[in-house]
Design a protein around this ligand. Structure first.
Ligand SMILES: Nc1ncnc2c1ncn2[C@@H]1O[C@H](COP(=O)(O)OP(=O)(O)OP(=O)(O)O)[C@@H](O)[C@H]1O
Ligand SMILES: Cc1ncc(C[n+]2csc(CCOP(=O)(O)O)c2C)c(N)n1
Ligand SMILES: [Mg+2]
Length: 314
């Protein structure tokens, strides 16, 4: 069973009370002057990182702390919100290293100060493998969601997808010393920088439909198409691929840009009359158009939803 099939079955068991419950980047509850947002993310050895990487990358645990918060900030940003409070949960092995847990906490603290988040509690337990989890709240005055793309909209992305997947390939398959270009991709993987500022800007100019890219560009587009019940047609040549990715991966760069996960950049759709305003947003590319129908198309040809799935897929 795939991750999404399991979540669908779980959703049927839980009656949903929130204004936005299971199914978007965060849950949302309406308040007097906007929305409270809630999201949780978990990282664990051998799924999100390997302990062995520490030999090649000294700041591994510091980065895990940064990343643990950044990946949830990314969900809040995709809803158009700003993050506020966090709860931190550690499941540690019997012989855990205090030094590593403190390193992780320092990385998390650095991200917390960058994003204005207070860590206000958590939980610590023993287990057979290490698991780090963070629950984040946020607030938003207006929301962007995955389900409101309409035919005629254009499709925008921020940044260059595939870079983090390039970094993952390098840490798995190469050894230090890393070149400057390799370091840049490793940084994208180990220290993602979601931007709630960009999310807020999108809300301000009138964008309504947004998702964060955690499981890959095509997969994120597929989620928008599924939730909004529309087709998304992407122009392959317009997908921004970074110079580093092209130089280090050659022909493989395109596949990484289409399917590589963990970029934590925003993907959104917007009506054509906002085009001029969207074009002024830093690092933006307009890569396609929303049409009636279903699924994701590359240069008019239907593509399967390929991306990261914890229990199947790529
Ligand atoms: N075990 C679970 N119980 C209830 N809801 C869940 C569970 N796992 C996931 N969800 C919900 O399902 C939806 C999709 O989850 P997922 O973790 O894929 O979120 P995402 O935003 O697509 O990915 P990411 O967290 O990597 O950005 C979210 O609304 C999430 O809250
Ligand atoms: C050892 C190792 N193998 C594979 C990956 C790639 N990876 C893990 S989770 C994920 C999607 C987002 O996470 P989630 O769905 O949990 O939010 C991706 C692309 C990795 N980081 N480390
Ligand atoms: Mg998300």
């Amino acid at each position: 069973m795939k991750e999404f099939e399991l979540i669908e079955k779980i959703t049927a068991i839980f009656p949903q009370k929130a204004d936005i419950g299971i199914g978007d980047d965060t849950a949302a509850v309406k308040t007097d002057n906007g929305y409270l947002l809630f999201t949780v993310d978990t990282i664990t050895a051998n799924t999100h990182y390997r302990k062995s990487w520490e030999k090649k990358f000294k700041k591994l645990y510091f980065s895990l702390g940064w990343k643990l918060l950044a990946i949830s900030v990314s969900d809040v940003a995709s809803m158009g919100g700003v993050p506020e409070f966090a709860l931190l949960s550690f499941c540690l092995e019997k012989n855990f290293s205090q030094e590593k847990v403190l390193e992780l906490s320092k990385g998390l603290s650095k991200a917390a100060s960058r994003y204005g988040v207070s860590i206000i509690g958590g939980d610590t337990v023993k287990g057979d493998s290490e698991v780090f989890s963070l629950t984040l709240t946020g607030k938003a005055y207006a929301l962007m969601t995955r389900d409101c793309a309409v035919p005629g909209d254009l499709v925008g992305v921020i940044g260059t997808p595939g870079d983090a997947a390039g970094g993952l390939y390098l840490i798995e398959n190469r050894n230090p010393p890393f070149s400057e270009e390799e370091e840049r991709l490793l940084k994208k993987f180990f220290f993602p920088e979601p931007s709630p500022e960009t999310g807020k800007l999108l809300v301000k100019i009138g964008v309504k439909c947004c998702i964060d890219n955690s499981d890959g560009l095509l997969f994120s587009l597929y989620l928008i198409s599924e939730k909004s019940k529309v087709a998304l047609n992407v122009d392959k040549d317009k997908i921004p691929v970074s110079r580093e990715l092209k130089r280090l991966f050659g022909e493989k760069a395109e596949v990484l840009a289409l399917t590589g996960g963990e970029d934590y950049n925003l993907i959104f759709t917007f009506p054509e009359n906002l085009k001029e305003k969207v074009e002024k947003i830093p690092s933006v590319s307009i890569i396609g158009r929303v049409e009636s129908g279903e699924g994701v198309y590359l240069n008019g040809e239907k593509v399967e939803p390929t991306g990261f799935d914890h229990f199947g897929g790529a």
